[in-house]
Design a protein around this ligand. Structure first.
Ligand SMILES: [Zn+2]
Length: 225
């Protein structure tokens, strides 16, 4: 159990004084999931990664700051609908609202991350259909980021590995398989090769569950002597 403390902030959109209960900073011990989700104890602090102003509904990692234009997005019908969308867990709605802000402000890579985090919040509640919707949205935003020349992660092949896992876990197995093939043709780093070969096994087995990078490395094919 993480220790908790309070964070006071003044909402940058409406000026309301807000108080949030958040865990002390945590790191992760152990392998990440194939979609980069960290291990515990950091994993379970996800509910505090983004916060919602109880007065105006502004959702952000730090509600005390707002990018220019955010106040207008918060008023949009689409944003207001997402804020309390019943089909999604509350934490997922908060991430999706932050994702809508980033999408509207023209930063699709950040919007994709927020949508992936929303999927993790759905996973924790075992809400499969909403999780798939969040992953589909994250995959679409990731491709839009690429079109703008942006990447989600700095390492070569990492975005492709994330996209493959998004597609597999969203049930888009054929598209996931195509992504694997395209990536392996690029002769990526050994770790990406391990991940992609492991993804082939999962895709062929119709496995849509979460798996770790450590599992992918355990399944590494033996190197011929
Ligand atoms: Zn507010």
């Amino acid at each position: 159990m993480n220790h908790l403390h309070h964070l006071n902030a003044t909402c940058a959109v409406c000026g309301e004084a807000c108080r949030f209960t958040i865990p002390d900073a945590a790191s992760s011990v152990g392998s990440r999931d194939l979609d980069t989700r960290p291990a515990e104890p950091l994993r379970s602090t996800i509910y505090a990664w983004v916060k919602r102003c109880p007065s105006c509904g502004y959702c952000a990692p730090d509600p005390g700051n707002a990018p220019e234009g955010a106040a207008d997005v918060v008023k949009l019908p689409r944003y207001r609908w997402q804020l309390d969308a019943r089909r999604f867990p509350g934490v997922a709605n908060t991430f999706l609202c932050w994702s809508i802000i980033q999408e509207d402000l023209g930063t699709p890579a950040r919007a994709a991350w927020a949508s992936l985090h929303a999927a993790w919040a759905c996973d924790d509640r075992e809400e499969d259909v909403p999780a798939r919707i969040c992953r589909k949205r994250a995959a679409d935003l990731l491709r839009r980021a690429w079109e703008k020349g942006e990447r989600l992660a700095p390492g070569a092949g990492m975005d492709e590995a994330i996209l493959t896992d998004l597609l597999r876990r969203a049930g888009r197995l054929r598209k996931a398989r195509i992504m694997v093939n395209e990536t392996l043709e690029q002769n990526p780093d050994p770790i990406i090769i391990d991940i992609m070969r492991f993804q082939i096994r999962l895709i062929d087995a119709g496995d849509r569950k979460a798996h770790t990078v450590a599992e992918a490395q355990r399944f590494r094919q033996p190197v011929p002597l």
